[in-house]
Design a protein around this ligand. Sequence first.
Ligand code: CMP
Length: 137
Amino acid sequence: MERTFAIIKPDAVERGLAGKILSRIEEAGFTIRAMRKQHLTKVEAEGFYAVHAERPFFGELTTFMSSGPCVLLALEAPNAINKWRDTMGVTDPAKAAPGTMRKDFGESIGRNATHGSDAPETAAFALGYFFRGMDLI
Ligand code: CMP
């Protein structure tokens, strides 16, 4: 078993898609170990995305991620990190495969509906950033 960290981003929450996305997460075979709806502050979003601090889109990304509530998730499954990345599809919804979350629910590379950790190190960082051990049930 492996755990990964996922976000249903503000664009998807705002459009009332959180329930649909959660249902697809469960249908795909993930167990939701922790879940919290939260409106991140700009500083919290900057801390989470610190790895992208030098990218030209960092300001836009962190402004968007703090623009409204999102849903923070700890997901568990065999091979959860890669499985969730496959379920989401690639970053740009226009290039994502049919049937993926980002293809079905994303609007643009920034407003792309979901986030997922890309490696064990980033999953461990993100799970620890957003959840306490006793939240993971
Ligand atoms: P995410 O998986 O949350 O990780 C970093 C995010 O940066 C990514 O999804 C995109 O939503 C966003 N991103 C990547 N490239 C760009 C870009 N060129 N312009 C705006 N946002 C971007």
